[in-house]
Structure formats: C-alpha cells, structure tokens
Ligand binder design. Structure first.
Ligand code: UD1
Ligand code: CA
Length: 438
C-alpha cells in the first residue's frame, strides 16, 4: 500500500447512531473483538499519515477507547449544535494534503486496497470522486443520478421525489475531494432540507454549478456495508469472521466446520494447527502447531505443540507448551511445559514442569478471598486425583502425591505427600440407618 499519492483522511464518527438502540456509541460496538471504528482507522492509516476522526456524541468515551489502539491520529469535535449533519462534520477539519478522503465510521469492512482506487481519476482531475453502489433496492440511501459517466445529482431519500426514489444507484457515503474545493465551499452549505442538517452531498450540486468534474466509482457492496442496527452489526461480523478464517485456512490451518468457530482480530495461528468446531479464540491468543478440540475457549494465551480439549477453557496469560489438556480443564496464568492434565482441573497462577501428571479433579486453591498466590510444581511429579494445592506452595521434582490430598506445605524432592482421613467401617449399618431388614 502506498502513501506516495498523498491524501488526508477524515473519518465521520459524530453521529448519534440512534438506530442501534444502545447506550454505547455506535462506533464502539464490537466486531471480532474490536470497536467498529478501529477498522476504519486501521485501513485509513495504511493510506495516509494524516487521519482525523470527527466526534461528538460521547466523544470522551470514544476517544479514550480508540486511544488504546492508536496514538497517531487527530480528533476533532463537531459543532453539532449549530452544524449538524455530514456536511457539518467536516467543517472544522484542517487537512495537510491536497486531497481529502472522507470515510464513514460505521463501515467496518472497508479495505485500503479498494480505497486506493479513488486515485484512478487523477488524470481526469476530478474535483469529487464519489462511491456508488448498484443495488436492487436502494432504500435508505441517497440516490445518485449519473449521466455519461459523470455524477449529475445526489438526493437524500427524505428529500427525493417518487421518480427519484426509483433510482437504484446509491451513494455509498465515501468521497474524495480536492481539498481546495472542499474548504472553499463548506462555508456555503445550508440546511434547507427535510432533516434541517448540513449535507456533505450538497457539495455535489455546487461542484456541478461550478463546472467541475465529478466521477462515480462503483464499489463492492460487501466492503462498503454500513452498520446502522444490531442486525447489520451481526451481518458485518459474519463477513469479517469469514475473512479472518479464510486467511488462516489459506495459510495451512485446518478448521472443522469453520462457520461455528469464532476468532477475534489479533489472534495468530501458525503451523498446521487444527481448530475444531465451536472453538473461540480471543484476545491476543497465539496457537502454534496445536490441536484445539471442540468447544474450547482460549483467551490471550499461547498454546504451542499441544492439544487442548474438548471443552477446556484457557484463560488469559496461560502458556501451554508440549502439553496435553483434556476435557473440563480450566487454566489461568498457568505456565505448563510438558504436562498432562487430562480431566476436570483448575490450574490457576501456577507453573508446572516437564513430565508431571495432574490427576483428575486437581485444584490450585490460588485465592484466599484477598490475594492470589502461586503454586509451583517441578518435574516428574505424579499428582493423584482430587488433590488440592493451597497456595503458596512449592512441590520439587520427583514427588508423589496421594489421591485426595490437601497440600498445605512445600514438598521436597523424592518425597511422598499424603493426607487421608482414616476410613471407618461398620458392618450392617445400612440396614440400621434405613430401618430395613437384610
Ligand atoms: C449518508 C448520505 C447518503 C448515503 C449514506 C450512505 C448525507 C447527507 N447522506 O446518509 O447519501 O447514501 O450516508 O451510508 O451525507 N455523522 C457525523 N456527524 C453528523 C451526522 C453524521 O459525523 O452530524 C457521521 C455518522 O457518524 C456516520 C456518517 O457520518 O459515520 C454517516 O451518517 P449517517 O447519519 O449514517 O448518514 P445517512 O443518513 O446514512
Ligand atoms: Ca449510515
């Protein structure tokens, strides 16, 4: 992607997003684990070092969420009270370059490679290049009138005549302007329309009156899908998920029933890993040459040369190497290297070394209600079933722990540790208890 054809990019994110029916600002609703706005900014930064995001509704919240990911962008607060609308949103921008690309923040599927095509009209010296969609039904969109390859008019649905409503060429809402034209004409916008807003689309009419060249660029409906409701949010996430998964499969990852797998943006999978149906890979998880079986959840952890599940939960900051994790095992901040934990365990705040076997039902009691403590288990330890480690506790190498033990002290190399209540046996007690006869 080149930054040579220099342009400034403005991302409009000031709208209220009322159709989302949510307390959360629309652009912070998540797709594949990241706010929608994150994706527009990420693509914009591939094309420009001058990216401005226009905010208004809950701008402090939006700004602080976005600053978690990007530090090299500019924020502008729209004067929404006096200048509402998409035209009002661009009034305060200060572009660095001769061209300005205006993006909507609610289009999380846009791709920098497609936005680059807006430059193909440079030889025509187009003053405005605007994105258009050829739809079967353009309901909800502004309609674009195109004659002999040039844009002649854009009319908003709410302002359109019955004839104009029949037009199927829609305004996708993304434009590239010559900066000079934009800055000269923005102050001339008015709000004489059905919504009493300042429309960016009115610049089209002004450009035509001034005899400028306006070019339509037909764009893909999938990439330019707008998200205005929770239904559209789910649709967009589905497309986004398919993109993520296809990329991994192309690189050699095997996915069983990929439509049932959920993988967040930022996850890495290397080698010939196998991801079975129903798996969720979250946060900054990294899977290397491993097999993740049905219905596991892995969050912000590393799994390398291991097999996990079915139905295991690997919680943040676990590092699982050369290890077998079976069903109903939960880990958190667990460093497991060459370990077998086949069934029903909680391994939290622990480090367990090579050759160690964790019996069924083993629990690290890592929390006393106030603080968290570490369990450290060495090499070749055999942990009998139903063992509790009351942390902090350290088990050295070559230790045998008897089934049902509660480990409350450190155990030295080579020792057996066993806590077991003495069994009581009373002949015939069953019949006495239930007052029945043998
Ligand atoms: C706009 C276009 C319409 C096009 C459609 C495509 C106008 C007048 N109409 O309509 O022709 O078919 O996009 O999706 O431009 N925003 C602000 N400040 C505001 C209002 C909106 O920053 O005061 C932002 C929104 O956050 C959003 C974008 O601008 O990211 C588009 O706003 P929206 O209200 O969705 O525009 P539409 O009515 O859909
Ligand atoms: Ca919209």
């Amino acid at each position: 992607m080149s930054k040579t054809n220099k342009k400034s990019i403005i991302i409009l994110a000031a709208g209220a997003g009322t159709r989302m029916k949510s307390e959360l600002p629309k652009v912070l609703h998540k797709i594949s684990g990241k706010p929608m706005l994150y994706y527009s900014i990420k693509e914009a930064l591939k094309l420009s070092d001058d990216v401005t995001v226009v905010l208004y509704h809950q701008f402090e919240l939006v700004k602080s969420e976005i600053e978690k990911y990007f530090s090299n962008i500019t924020f502008v607060i729209q004067d929404h009270k006096n200048f509402p609308g998409t035209g009002g949103a661009v009034m305060q921008i200060v572009p660095k370059y001769e061209k300005v690309l205006v993006l909507n923040a609610d289009m999380p599927l846009i791709q920098a490679s497609e936005l680059e095509k807006f430059d193909t009209f440079d030889e025509d010296d187009a003053t405005i290049v605007m994105s258009v969609l050829e739809l079967e039904n353009a309901d909800g969109y502004g309609r674009v009138v195109i004659e002999s390859g040039s844009v002649k008019k854009v009319v908003e649905q709410k302002d359109a005549t019955t004839e104009e409503l029949k037009i199927t060429t829609a305004n996708a809402g993304i434009y590239q302007f010559k900066t000079k034209f934009l800055l000269e004409n923005l102050p001339k916008l008015d709000n004489n329309n059905a919504q009493k807003e300042y429309y960016i689309t009115d610049l089209v009419e002004m450009a035509i009156k001034q005899g400028k060249v306006l070019k339509p660029i037909f764009v893909s409906i999938e990439n330019f899908k707008g998200v205005n409701s929770k239904v559209e949010l789910a649709d967009a996430e589905m497309i986004h998920q398919n993109r993520i998964k296809k990329e991994f499969m192309k690189n050699g990852v095997i996915m069983r029933l990929p439509e049932t797998i959920y993988i967040e943006d930022g996850v890495e999978i290397e080698g010939e890993s196998i991801i079975e149906n129903g798996v969720s890979l979250l946060g900054n998880t990294k899977i290397i040459n491993s097999h993740i079986k049905t219905n596991c959840v892995v969050e912000s952890s590393i799994v390398e040369d291991s097999d996990v599940g079915p139905m295991a939960r690997i919680r943040p900051d676990s590092k699982i190497v050369n290890t077998h994790i079976g069903n109903f095992v939960e880990t958190k901040k667990a460093l497991l290297n060459g370990v077998k934990a086949g069934h029903l365990s909680y391994l939290g705040d622990c480090s367990i070394d090579e050759g160690t076997n964790i019996g069924c039902g083993t629990i690290t009691c890592n929390y006393d209600g106030v603080n968290k403590y570490q369990t450290i288990i060495g090499k070749n330890v055999f942990v009998g079933s139903d063992t509790q480690f009351v942390a902090p506790v350290t088990i050295e190498d070559d230790v045998l722990i008897g089934a049902g033990s509660c480990v409350t002290q450190n155990v030295k190399k080579g020792e057996l540790y066993l806590t077991r209540a003495k069994a009581k046996v009373i002949d015939g007690y069953f019949y006495k208890h239930f007052k029945s006869k043998k």
